[in-house]
Design a protein. Structure first.
Length: 268
């Protein structure tokens, strides 16, 4: 399933279970069908059953989940402990290479690999009032390539997180969110992969003015991320993206850089 098909199906999904199944199928197409979604510093009332906090939804191997929670690994898991210090997706293989990992943290990663969770990728998701969530993908295959799939998994995580937020607390709808014509215009060009400098040249106004309009739009859309603002604006029908008619590589995905900073990362 390509990203546009995922967006279309997610827009029509009415339950967390169905939305999560859709995410799993989409990620599995890329070889990363082991998925976990968790709320790290708050308790989410909307959750799939039988998963203790911080898990909201996961399909990791049952034996590993039982072992993980019985040994309270959530208290020493480096993915959970270090998500807040990352502003972009990070790979578990890279965590293992870090010398500052504690023995317990290293043990969790090594045992997870033995349990069949290989080449994990985690996407930090920051929300209002300091809320932090994380969506992790892992593969069953030794030859999986997380670097090649990083941008796609990042986009899936971003879209899933927005869709889940609307299921957990239904969105007010596009009538309640009013963007000015200039704000819509700036977001639409952002969706086409244009930087603030590019948009300024196109619209013949300053880059600072473009940033001002984009910041106002993202604030109205309940985020401080351009990427999430674009996703939410598309979902609410506030902007249109021409590639949605068929392209499998949307221009706004290119706005998810490998070296994202706080302003570019998917913070919702």
């Amino acid at each position: 399933m390509d990203l546009f098909s995922f967006i279309d199906c997610a827009n029509r999904t009415q339950s967390l279970a169905d939305l999560f199944d859709l995410l799993v199928r989409s990620a599995d197409d890329k070889g990363f069908g082991q998925v976990a979604y968790g709320a790290l510093n708050y308790e989410e009332t909307v959750r799939l059953p039988d998963h203790p906090m911080p898990a909201i939804a996961l399909n990791f191997p049952l034996d590993w989940c039982n072992h993980y929670f019985e040994h309270k690994y959530q208290e020493i898991d480096p993915v959970i402990r270090r998500t807040a210090s990352h502003s972009k997706p990070f790979m578990w293989d890279q965590l293992l290479e870090q010398r500052q990992l504690h023995d317990g943290e290293r043990l969790v990663l090594l045992e997870s690999r033995e349990a069949g969770l290989k080449h994990g990728v985690s996407v930090p998701l920051f929300g209002p009032s300091g809320r932090i969530s994380v969506l992790s993908f892992a593969s069953r295959f030794e030859d999986a390539d997380p670097v090649r799939q990083l941008k796609h998994l990042h986009a899936l995580a971003c879209q899933f997180h927005v869709a889940f937020g609307e299921l957990a607390q239904p969105a007010m709808g596009n009538k309640a969110i009013k963007l000015s014509p200039r704000e819509r215009e700036c977001l639409a060009w952002t969706a086409e992969g244009k930087s603030s400098w590019d948009i300024g040249i196109i619209l013949k106004i300053s880059e600072n003015t473009i940033n001002f309009h984009i910041k106002k739009a993202t604030r109205k859309l309940g985020t401080n991320s351009r990427t999430v603002a674009v996703v939410r604006a598309i979902r609410l029908g506030l902007i249109e993206v021409s590639g949605l008619s068929g392209s499998t590589s949307p221009a706004w995905m290119d706005r998810i850089p490998n070296g994202a900073n706080r302003d570019q990362a998917p913070l919702i």
